[in-house]
Design a protein around this ligand. Structure first.
Ligand SMILES: Cc1cc2nc3c(=O)[nH]c(=O)nc-3n(C[C@H](O)[C@H](O)[C@H](O)COP(=O)(O)OP(=O)(O)OC[C@H]3O[C@@H](n4cnc5c(N)ncnc54)[C@H](O)[C@@H]3O)c2cc1C
Length: 269
């Protein structure tokens, strides 16, 4: 849709040329969400495309994904076969099931939009990813993926801050993965996403939960848990009043389904 109230469109080639950030300014990545809403409060769009932050880089520490990497580019990338945990990211793309969105939408845009049903957020949490955050006039800072989202469409980003890249540590790359997602209707919005990461060396299991709760949550086990242990720890760490209650599903149903998905995911290891 046309955004009639936009007064200025900036397309910087370098971040430090972005000055005087103020209310009504917004970063623009793929635009697949920004251009679907009226955006009455926005006056200035700062397009990230020319900054050329779409790299996928292998380093000694692990894997870096530039925030403006499109979902399609990530999906087509050839990773070493033993990096089994990256299946979680492929599933995060495939679950969106729209080539129109995946060819334009960016990994960073999905994370920064911070909707509960984000297909990437629980995967990043399960993979123990961290995010590098830049500001045109300040030093970079780093935050674990599990601390990035603070509410529905709310993140820790301060005015003018931008997600620069996502890093997945080497230690997580060879973990095994199960990605479970349930919707009430085919291709509808998810009511629960469970991404389980299993370390075959230590038997540790890390669950990233999304869609059932407003912000992605992590639940850790030092061994493969029994169904009773899953129920006990989930109730203690993510109590019923943490689950979303809305038109799509009650909190109790989301909690139940989440437990089922956690148990089911373990069958894949
Ligand atoms: C109808 C519809 C349904 C959708 N359903 C789902 C769904 O069920 N699950 C799901 O996971 N996704 C869903 N999406 C989201 C989609 O997958 C995209 O991730 C999303 O639209 C944003 O990607 P984008 O790159 O186009 O970002 P944009 O639309 O350009 O930006 C989205 C937001 O993120 C901010 N932003 C973008 N990049 C950065 C950055 N690097 N640093 C700081 N802020 C940034 C922008 O300022 C804006 O606020 C849906 C989108 C639409 C339009």
């Amino acid at each position: 849709m046309d955004l009639h109230n936009i007064q200025t469109y900036l397309r910087p080639q370098s971040l430090d040329t972005v000055e005087n950030w103020s209310q009504g300014w917004s970063w623009l990545a793929g635009g697949t969400w920004i251009f679907t809403q009226a955006q009455p409060d926005l006056k200035v769009l700062v397009d990230l495309e020319k900054l050329d932050w779409s790299e996928i880089e292998v380093t000694q520490e692990g894997l870096n994904i530039g925030s403006t990497c499109t979902m399609a580019k990530l999906r087509q990338w050839h990773f070493p076969e033993n990096w089994t945990s990256l299946k979680a990211l492929f599933r995060a793309v495939d679950e969106l099931a729209s080539f129109k969105v995946t060819n334009i939408a960016t990994v960073g845009g999905n994370i920064c939009l911070a909707i509960p049903a984000s297909t990437f957020a629980p995967a990043m949490v399960a993979l123990d990813a961290s995010y590098e955050i830049w500001h045109p006039q300040a030093a970079p800072r780093f935050v674990p993926a599990r601390d990035f989202q603070t509410g529905v469409q709310q993140t820790i980003l301060q005015p003018g801050e931008v997600l620069r890249r996502i890093s997945i540590p080497q230690e997580s790359l060879e973990w095994q993965i199960s990605y479970q997602r349930v919707c009430v209707a085919t291709a509808g919005i998810a009511i629960s996403i469970v991404v389980a990461a299993y370390n075959p060396q230590t038997s540790q299991v890390r669950f990233g939960l999304g869609a059932c709760v407003p912000t992605p949550r992590i639940v850790n086990f030092l061994h493969i848990p029994t169904p009773d242990e899953i129920g006990e720890i989930l109730d203690a760490q993510v109590p019923l009043n943490n689950f979303i209650e809305d038109y799509a599903a009650s909190a109790a149903y989301r909690q139940h389904i989440t437990k089922v998905l956690m148990q089911r995911s373990l069958l894949e290891f």
